[in-house]
Structure formats: C-alpha cells, structure tokens
Design a protein around this ligand. Structure first.
Ligand code: COA
Length: 193
C-alpha cells in the first residue's frame, strides 16, 4: 500500500499509511495471555471479577473458587475474561438426588466462562471459548460439558457456534430469577499420539 502511494502520489501514500494504522493497530497490537489464577492470592480478584460479570444469585462463593481450576484471559495487562474448570467429571448435579458430579475420565466440566461487561461484544468471548477447547484438546480431554441458564442466549449461541449441542434442559435449577439449566457438550477427537 505504501509503495503504491509512493509511486502514484506522495499524498496518497500518507493517507493509506494513516488509514492502515487506524484499522490495524487496535487489533494487531493486542497482547493476549491465558494463565491459571493463583490461589489463595487471587481469590479476591476472582470474586470481584465474578461480581462484575454475573448477577448476585449466580455468584460462586469462595469455596467454589478454591475448588475449581480457574484461568484468566489477560489482554494488554487487563483481566478481560475468566473461566473455571473441573477435570474428569460429568455435570449431573441437576439430575442426581445427591447433587454430585460423578467422575468421568476424559470429560472437562466448564463451570464458568465470562467476559467483563465493558469488553463484551468484541470477539473476546469467542477467543476465550476457542482457548478452552484448545486447552481441553491439548490436555487429552475427549469431551467438554458445560451448563448455563436457558435464558442466556449469548452463552448458548457462543457454545453452538463452536459445535456444542444441547444434551438436556433441566427446569427450576436456578433461582432469582427462576430458570432451567441447559446442559451442552462438545465431543472432541482423540489426540493423535
Ligand atoms: C457469553 C459471553 C461470554 C459472550 O462474550 P462476548 O465477548 O460478548 O462474545 P463475542 O463478542 O465473542 O461473541 C461471540 C458469539 O457469542 C454470541 N453472542 C455474544 N453476545 C451475544 C448476544 N448479546 N446475543 C446473542 N448472541 C451473542 C454470538 O454467537 C457471537 O457470535 P457472532 O458475533 O458471530 O454472532 C458474555 O456475554 C458474558 O461474559 N456473559 C456474562 C457471563 C455469563 O453469562 N456466562 C455464561 C454462564 S457460565
């Protein structure tokens, strides 16, 4: 672009250069890092993030954050996204009397995925979801299971976009407001050895 401008009109060269910078700088210069949250040091940060992303009734307590493996998505030094996993379990607490999630080798349960409200709608959710899938595949998981409010269209569409399918919808799982939970899974091909 710059060479074209140079040969045909120096003025044009400047214009192209500026417009290219305007278009490219915000996207291409972002530094994105995914890293495990450090506990107990980052417990308060995880809970503060949760309060910004979720309604009060859906917040995890400290015990839950200590229990899950949580990961930050950090963009240009800012904690933009966060997700939480439990390894080698199925999600069944919605249908079992004891409310337990039984062991299931090869199944990764994603208990939380969130982007801070001010960064939503810019593709960061898709970036985090694709990292979750990459994480699962690279760690040898053959399935991901997750659940969300049946009214959470953003999460449901995001999951569908990446190939998740609905395996069941269980009524009255959430309160305040009452809602069903939609359980979704993604089958992953076995890692080649
Ligand atoms: C769900 C969430 C992670 C999406 O993050 P995001 O950064 O806004 O998503 P993106 O901008 O990357 O959009 C990716 C896809 O998600 C879906 N999506 C995102 N926002 C949507 C909305 N408001 N309505 C419908 N679909 C939406 C779309 O399929 C979109 O793809 P498209 O743009 O090609 O249509 C975000 O809304 C969020 O953090 N919500 C609060 C936390 C939460 O409810 N988590 C789920 C329960 S664990």
């Amino acid at each position: 672009m710059i060479l074209t401008g140079y040969f045909f009109a120096p003025f044009c060269k400047i214009e192209l250069h500026i417009s290219a910078r305007r278009r490219l700088v915000p996207k291409s210069n972002l530094t994105t890092e995914f890293r495990k949250a450090i506990l107990p040091r980052e417990l308060r940060a995880l809970m503060a993030f949760d309060r910004k992303a979720f309604p009060r009734s859906d917040l995890f307590d400290a015990a839950a954050w200590k229990f899950y493996d949580s990961y930050w998505m950090i963009v240009d030094g800012v904690k933009v996204g966060c997700c939480a996993f439990e390894k080698h379990v199925d999600f069944q607490e919605d249908i079992r009397e004891d409310g337990e999630n039984p062991r299931r080798k090869g199944s990764l349960y994603i208990s939380s995925t969130a982007i801070l409200p001010k960064f939503q709608g810019q593709g960061f959710g898709a970036l985090l979801k694709s990292w979750e899938i990459t994480y699962a595949r690279s760690h040898g998981f053959t399935r991901i299971v997750t659940n969300t409010r049946s009214g959470n269209l953003a999460m449901i569409r995001l999951n569908r976009k990446f190939g998740f399918r609905v395996i069941r919808t269980t009524p009255n799982y959430y309160s305040d407001p009452a809602d069903a939970t939609m359980v979704m899974e993604l089958r992953l091909p076995k890692k080649r050895t």
